[in-house]
Design a binder for this molecule. Structure first.
Ligand SMILES: *Cc1c(COP(=O)(O)O)cnc(C)c1O
Length: 415
């Protein structure tokens, strides 16, 4: 769904001119489209047709309360990786019984919090965590619903920092150990085995590894059944990619068909945990050109957004397409878009052909996922505001931070 478009040479998100948003809320500024978020969620939800399924939005991609609330109203489930994210989901109107809890390092406090809330499933990532969860649940007189996150040893073929399904990754339980650990889980009084989970990586644009991983999980499910360990759902992870450049991305329908195929004829519920593909294309980061610094070697455009606002280019060498808010024409040059932070790695885009003038506002596309969520206050830079557009209206959903926000909790020594 294209919600980002030029009309009369002015870039719009839905029916809102982004220049008006920049004027009203200042720059840098994140802007998300409610319609794009809803369309992406609905595409997944309808892709499974009548088959039992659950779409759990991966909260870490963008955890703003308004984003979570929009998804909760559509009936989304949620995949959380911390007690903080669980609290956000509940605050935003999500239901605990639609929440799965992933992550390698859940603390005792987080296990207690999630048990007390009554979440749908703990995706357990180690034998030690299984033991701790059993102990905590037993003390509370509860049975924790568990799935083991199994590492199917499939190469997702994406960036090494976001590829998680190989033996050498810290994530999940090696496939060879899974059966023994399931037997152990089934014997523990504080646990109720209910599923199998896997997540082999992010930004996947090839269905083959996803299909292969689903096949391995289906085989494990049958091996469990043979031992009388019945599961009611398989969680096949997140990770369908988005077209940051010109990647060809499979449709939600093809994705659903590929991962469901090994389970055809069974009544097991299929759940998925997409994050990036739901919010990524729905968001832009607006930034203003502060200074132009053309040079013999390279032309630098110094913009008011930096690596603290959008870390992905510095961290993964990620690409975000750049669009001027006003289609002006004029002489283009090849520019490096760099921020004001004191690091050579502080760039947001390399070698972009643009016609730029001081004061121009640009939109970095596909910034809705892992954008604000990974932002920091490095260089004592207040984090940008977040705005959601809905039709022809723009709503502030997080105010720009103030300096008081930044030093809240800090104390000077009295002597
Ligand atoms: C990060 C993550 C996701 C979401 O991945 P996306 O690439 O944002 O879709 C889903 N599940 C788990 C366990 C994750 O760690």
């Amino acid at each position: 769904m294209t919600t980002l478009d030029y009309r009369d040479r002015a870039l719009h998100l839905e029916r809102v001119a982004l220049a008006a948003v920049a004027e009203l809320f200042g720059t840098p500024c994140y802007v998300y489209s409610r319609a794009a978020i809803e369309a992406a969620y609905r595409a997944y939800d309808s892709a499974f047709g009548a088959a039992a399924h659950r779409v759990c939005y991966a909260v870490k991609a963008n955890s703003n309360l308004a984003v979570l609330n929009v998804l909760a109203r559509l009936g989304a489930g949620f995949d959380v990786v911390s007690g903080g994210e669980l609290a956000r989901v509940l605050r935003a109107g999500g239901k605990a019984n639609q929440v799965v809890f992933s992550g390698v390092g859940k603390s005792t406090e987080e296990l207690c919090q999630a048990l007390a809330a009554g979440i749908a499933c703990f995706n357990v990532e180690s034998a030690a965590e299984l033991e701790r969860l059993n102990q905590v649940a037993t003390e509370l007189g509860l049975r924790a619903p568990v799935a083991l996150r199994v590492n199917p040893d499939v190469d997702a073929g994406t960036h090494p920092y976001i590829s998680t399904g190989l033996k050498e990754n810290k994530f999940g339980i090696p496939a060879d150990d899974a059966l023994a650990l399931y037997r152990c889980a089934a014997s523990l009084p504080g646990l109720r085995v209910c599923g199998v989970a896997c997540h082999i990586g992010a930004q996947m644009t090839d269905l083959a590894p996803l299909r292969e991983a689903a096949g391995r999980i289906a085989a494990l499910r049958l091996a469990l059944l043979a031992e009388n360990i019945a599961i009611d759902h398989v969680d096949l992870g997140g990770g369908l990619g988005i077209a940051y450049r010109d990647e060809v991305v499979p449709s939600a329908a093809d994705y659903a068909a590929a991962i469901s195929e090994p389970f055809a004829g069974s009544r097991v519920e299929i759940s998925i945990e997409p994050g990036r593909s739901i919010v990524g294309p729905a968001g832009v980061l607006l930034t203003r050109v502060e200074y132009l610094k053309p040079g013999a070697g390279r032309n630098f455009a110094i913009i008011d957004a930096a690596m603290n606002d959008l870390l992905r280019p510095a961290l993964y060498d990620a690409h975000h397409a750049v669009f001027p808010l006003r289609q002006a024409g004029g002489q283009t040059k090849v520019w490096e878009l760099v921020g004001p932070v004191c690091e050579s790695g502080d760039f947001l885009a390399h070698a972009r052909s643009l016609a730029l003038a001081e004061g121009d506002v640009l939109a970095l596309r596909d910034a809705g996922a892992y954008g604000f969520a990974m932002s920091s206050n490095y260089n004592t830079r207040p984090r940008p505001p977040e705005v959601m557009v809905d039709g022809d209206k723009a709503y502030l959903i997080r105010a720009r931070e103030t300096l008081d926000d930044l030093w809240r909790g800090e104390e000077m020594l009295a002597n």
